[in-house]
Design a protein around this ligand. Sequence first.
Ligand SMILES: N[C@@H](CCC(=O)N[C@@H](CS)C(=O)NCC(=O)O)C(=O)O
Length: 233
Amino acid sequence: MIKLYQFAPAFGLPNLSPFCMKVETYLRMVALPYECPRGADLRKSPKGKMPYIEDGGKVVADSSFIIDYLKTTYGDRLDARLSPQQCAMALVIQRTFEESLYWAAVYSRWIDDAGFAVVREAAFSRLAFPLRQIVPFFAQRALRQELHGQGLGRHSRDDIYAIGCRDIDALSELLGDQAFFLGAEPASIDATGYAFFANLLWAPIDSPLRARAMQHANIEAYCQRMKARYYPD
Ligand SMILES: N[C@@H](CCC(=O)N[C@@H](CS)C(=O)NCC(=O)O)C(=O)O
């Protein structure tokens, strides 16, 4: 059976990492059996990030490479019907979630005080003293450096949220009144869409990003639709 290595679920969400939740959602969408070994260790991940999978002795890291591997190995059960234009649209939507909005969400969770208080409690409260104090400090410092390197972290708080909110508005506009991002039937891009939107809406982290997502009724409806279909449990 496919082993999905990822962080533990939190706050009623399958995962606080949208990349982990994306892969788990994809596995459910294509009805591939999987298990999530307990105590997955970031240090064992080939790329030092979650998620990664192990399947019959083959290890694959990175959510997009994992989905590519699953499509190649088990068949492309969701996207084979898509036109080249729909595939291109899916890629642009994915990039907006993963390469732009993601970084604004990282800022809201790891740098902004309100978000960091929640993340700190969820991720580190079970560590023994003094690690409970030290690890969050270094984790936050590492994320601050990553945000600076990526570039978003060089902007003001207001500008960072303005950038993230524009992404949310654009994604909501593209979704429109369709059931899924590419129409009436789900495609693999909806694993990304659901993972990112549900994390914005349902993780208990108040931020201008969450407030903006809540203003778009189609985002909440989309998440409820995906949840009912793929996470009835
Ligand atoms: N491109 C990667 C991104 C994965 C990623 O950024 N994972 C984060 C959690 S959301 C992580 O494991 N961070 C740990 C770290 O950087 O130390 C993918 O699609 O899987």
